[in-house]
Design a protein around this ligand. Structure first.
Ligand SMILES: Nc1ncnc2c1ncn2[C@@H]1O[C@H](COP(=O)(O)OP(=O)(O)O)[C@@H](O)[C@H]1O
Ligand SMILES: [Mg+2]
Length: 158
């Protein structure tokens, strides 16, 4: 496991960090987003989707637990399982989602589906430091996410 913490001082800086991440994503990455409500997890996801030029697919499931964004090049699933438990996530389509090995998966409140997910993933832990400041600790758990974290740190030199 590798670990690195970055700091952002505004939502715009978190969006810019998300854009840097987006440039490194090739498909198949899994990112777990942790941290309290208002920490910036959804800001990050929207930044990644926008940077990849992705629009919310009109054909995706209408419930808000899993949103699918796609275009010709990329498929991105945005999952948010706030307040769900493990027993509540069966038969909701997550198994099919995992069959798409080229999809990028960004999951807020991921614990209920963590047992069915591959171990190789990047975890981002968002900590509220003040009204606009966030510390984001990144931890990688396998070769794909190790490489992603390493590249991210290189491009984060500032
Ligand atoms: N450094 C920052 N990074 C991300 N969001 C920030 C930051 N500073 C302030 N914000 C604000 O905090 C809120 C984060 O909301 P959101 O991304 O929905 O949180 P979460 O999904 O973690 O519950 C937004 O209103 C955003 O404008
Ligand atoms: Mg959110």
């Amino acid at each position: 496991m590798n670990e690195q913490t970055i700091h952002t001082a505004s939502a715009e800086e978190t969006l810019s960090f998300a854009r840097r991440c987006a440039r490194l994503l090739q498909g198949g990455e899994i990112i777990f987003l942790r941290g309290p409500i208002g920490a910036g997890k959804t800001v990050f996801v929207k930044g990644v989707a926008a940077a990849l030029g992705l629009k919310n697919s009109p054909t995706s499931a209408s419930f808000s637990l899993m949103k699918c964004y796609q275009n010709r090049q990329n498929t991105l699933f945005h999952i948010d399982l706030f307040r769900l438990s493990e027993g509540e996530v069966f038969n909701l389509g997550f198994e099919e989602m995992l069959e798409n090995e080229k999809a990028i998966i960004l999951a807020e409140w991921p614990d209920p589906i963590a047992p069915m997910m591959p171990k190789d993933r990047l975890e981002m832990d968002f900590v509220l430091e003040s009204a606009d400041k966030r510390a984001i600790t990144l931890r990688s758990y396998g070769p794909v996410s190790d490489a992603l974290l390493e590249e991210l740190c290189k491009t984060n030199a500032k």
